[in-house]
Design a binder for this molecule. Structure first.
Ligand code: ATP
Length: 370
């Protein structure tokens, strides 16, 4: 059992709050991914959980026990680093068995456990080799083995796949997901790679400047981003964001600007409201009866099965993603449309999502909160 709870976790380096009042409840058996851009505080937060970067303020508990001031080796947690941190002069078997020898386990106990872990990770034939005789992916598995051998309550992983090439990353990603479901242990995993986060996480915690921006399942953070930051971090290309004003026309609400007129399927009278309109590239359709956005095609990108058209809508950049070929040419003017269910609205000044539930029912204007 390993439930990790953070309450107001804060880590300062001088005046910089690398982790800023983060409260997070990581359930037993979760695969929680800490995601965010470089420098947002992911590694510092993970190191704080491991005990390698003591908190400036706040509290960390493991299964209800306060571990805030406990030294790293007394926490029932195992850390896997991006750099693998293997001992170059030791064989794979001795690298994996190292934590057990350091704890004074008998030779037979160490051998038994090393064999078991090597079997789980497909390393049995490599036990006699030195790390320099292994590929990047194999080294990463040895580093994982060294964490596994301790049977920790939780695994803390800092960008463990970032040194692998694209193909191996994809393969190791699914291996890790399978390992997680087989072990049923808690995984806390740091990455800046949204694909890793979306494919492996049971929940994603998105950090921005040391603060938690949103926590949710991959579907929640993708489908209902809590802020413009989340909307523009997830998705390839990310969500299109356009300045617009909500206006009422004969009782129906529209998001409008000079090249935009998107119906919202809402009725009511609201004072004109400045928003940022968000539409994912895959939710824009070409042509059709309606002309929600008027775009000029600037560049076409061939992704194999799909194509991305980079366009401009007024002064803003807008991407359309769909099956290839989209049937467009650069320089062409096209009208684009979407469905109200795929429209996201953010407060122009704060960037926070506006409470609005068009898919549940056409919300009356009073539920349109700014
Ligand atoms: P990356 O993806 O690039 O590894 P990250 O999200 O993991 O980034 P951190 O390494 O946690 O970010 O760093 C968060 C902030 O804290 C950064 O601004 C970094 O420069 C700063 N920082 C991290 N460690 C220290 C340190 N030991 N002393 C001073 N500042 C630090």
């Amino acid at each position: 059992m390993s439930r990790i709870q953070l309450e107001g976790a804060t880590k300062r380096f001088g005046h910089l709050a690398a982790v800023d009042e983060v409260s997070l409840d990581i359930g037993d058996g979760e695969f929680l991914v800490l995601l965010g851009p470089s420098g947002c505080g992911k590694s510092t937060l993970l190191r704080a959980i491991a005990g390698l970067a003591p908190l400036t303020a706040g509290r960390i508990s493991l299964d209800g026990k306060d571990i805030t001031h406990l030294p790293p080796r007394e926490r029932d947690l195992a850390m896997v680093f991006q750099s693998y941190a293997l001992y170059p002069h030791l064989s794979v078997a001795r690298n994996i068995g190292f934590p057990l020898r350091a704890r004074g386990r008998s030779k037979a106990q160490v051998r038994g456990k090393v064999d078991e872990v090597a079997n789980v990770l497909g390393l049995t034939d490599l036990l006699a080799r030195r790390p320099r005789e292994l590929s990047g992916g194999q080294r990463q598995r040895v580093a994982l083995g060294r964490a596994l051998v301790r049977d920790p309550g939780a695994f803390l992983m800092d960008e463990p796949l970032s040194n692998l090439d694209a193909k191996l990353r994809t393969a190791t990603r699914s291996e890790l997901t399978e390992l997680h479901s087989r072990l049923g242990s808690t995984f806390v995993y740091v990455t800046h790679d949204q694909v890793e986060a979306m494919t492996m996480a049971t929940r994603i915690a998105l950090l921005n400047n040391g603060k938690l921006e949103q926590v949710g399942t991959p579907a929640q953070v993708y489908d209902e981003p809590a802020s413009e930051f989340v909307a523009s971090f997830l998705g390839a290309p990310p969500m299109n964001l356009l300045p617009a004003t909500i206006v009422s026309r004969g009782g129906s609400l529209f998001a409008v600007s000079s090249e935009v007129e998107v119906p919202l399927d809402l009725t009511g009278d609201v004072p004109d409201t400045e928003v940022t309109l968000g539409i994912r590239p895959e939710h824009l359709r070409l042509g059709g009866k309606r002309r929600d956005l008027l775009a000029v095609v600037r560049l076409l990108e061939n992704l194999g099965s799909e194509e991305v058209a980079h366009c401009t809508v007024g002064g803003a950049r807008v991407c359309v993603r769909g099956p290839r070929p989209l049937g467009l040419a650069t320089g062409q003017t096209v009208s684009l449309s979407t469905t109200p269910a795929h429209v996201h609205l953010f407060h122009r000044a704060t960037g926070r999502r506006l409470l609005w539930a068009p898919t549940l029912s056409p919300a009356p204007a009073k539920e349109f909160q700014v």
